[in-house]
Design a protein around this ligand. Structure first.
Ligand code: ZN
Length: 295
């Protein structure tokens, strides 16, 4: 009887929901993508991990599927975790557990020397910095229901990467967090293109990030473009992938001209290149294209 129950339990675990996970090992600062088959009588709701909640949305390019990201903060510590999938079946609330492992990403350390006023900004700037921070956080916390994506992401310019996401940043010998995006070499005036379709939600010259554009791709996905010298878009513009949003520069807290490109999912800042790989390799891949291999 005991054995019978155990087998029954395992079977339930496997068959209760039909879904795929790109990676159950997630580095700090990275994400994992879960894809669910739409099924009669099942309403998918969200995935929770610790105190964070990740909504499950319709797949923007495949009407038979749903998807969710699980995004892990850069500051998360390596640990075995259990995420919970929340859904209803025939109107009855149900959950399913999934084992995930947070691993330490292979990030480097980087020492940078910049003008003192930008490391410890003068009091007169603190109000501006705080306002700009809260304005951005409000944007990232907003998930537009609609998804604007219909095809794969492209990089905002064709250039060399000069600094990877995740590098621990030491400014004038003081640890000041980590590199929150990917830097591309770009001499001043290089055209910067939208990484994908979306809506422009912020165009602003900010203290740290200089000339900044943020694009809302829908369903809590945002891409950000920093240190620009000029803008070609304004707030609320609808934008198509590949359209020029502005030109690169060296505005804000920088040592030289480049483009800083970053991504937020469900408010979590993640590795932009890993995100693009996940999106293009699974969610946005063409119908008969091979699936991206795990990891
Ligand atoms: Zn950067």
């Amino acid at each position: 009887m005991k054995i019978f129950l155990m087998i029954f339990f395992v079977k339930t675990l496997i068959y209760a929901l039909s879904f795929e996970v790109t990676n159950t090992n997630i580095a700090n600062g990275a994400s994992s993508l879960l894809t669910f088959d739409k099924e009669k009588n099942i309403v998918y709701q969200k995935i929770t991990l610790d105190k964070k909640s990740f909504p499950i949305y319709p797949n923007p390019v495949d009407g038979t599927k749903m998807y969710a990201f699980v995004a892990v903060s850069y500051y998360a510590k390596p640990k075995n975790k259990t995420a919970t999938i929340h859904y209803t079946k025939n109107g009855v609330k149900k959950t399913e557990k999934i084992a995930l492992k947070i691993i330490q990403g292979a990030y480097k350390k980087e020492s940078i020397h910049v003008t003192k006023s930008k490391v410890n900004p003068k009091k007169k700037h603190s109000l501006r910095i705080s306002k700009e921070y809260h304005e951005a956080m409000k944007i990232y916390a907003t998930a537009t229901k609609e998804n604007f994506l219909s095809s794969k992401f492209v990089l905002p310019l064709n250039s060399f990467i000069t600094s990877d996401y995740g590098k621990a940043r030491v400014y004038n010998d003081t640890l000041k967090g980590y590199h929150s995006g990917t830097d591309f070499r770009a001499k001043i005036g290089t055209p910067i293109i939208a990484s994908n379709d979306g809506r422009i939600v912020l165009v602003k010259d900010r203290f740290y990030s200089g000339g900044t554009v943020i694009i809302d791709h829908g369903q809590g996905i945002y891409t950000c473009y920093y240190h620009m010298s000029a803008f070609k878009v304004k707030q609320n513009d609808k934008i198509k992938k590949g359209e020029v949003i502005g030109f690169s520069g060296k505005s804000g807290r920088v040592t030289g001209p480049h483009l800083h490109f970053s991504v937020r999912i469900a408010g979590v800042q993640v590795d932009p290149l890993q995100f693009v790989k996940l999106m293009n390799g699974t969610l946005l891949r063409k119908k008969n294209e091979k699936k991206m291999k795990d990891k």
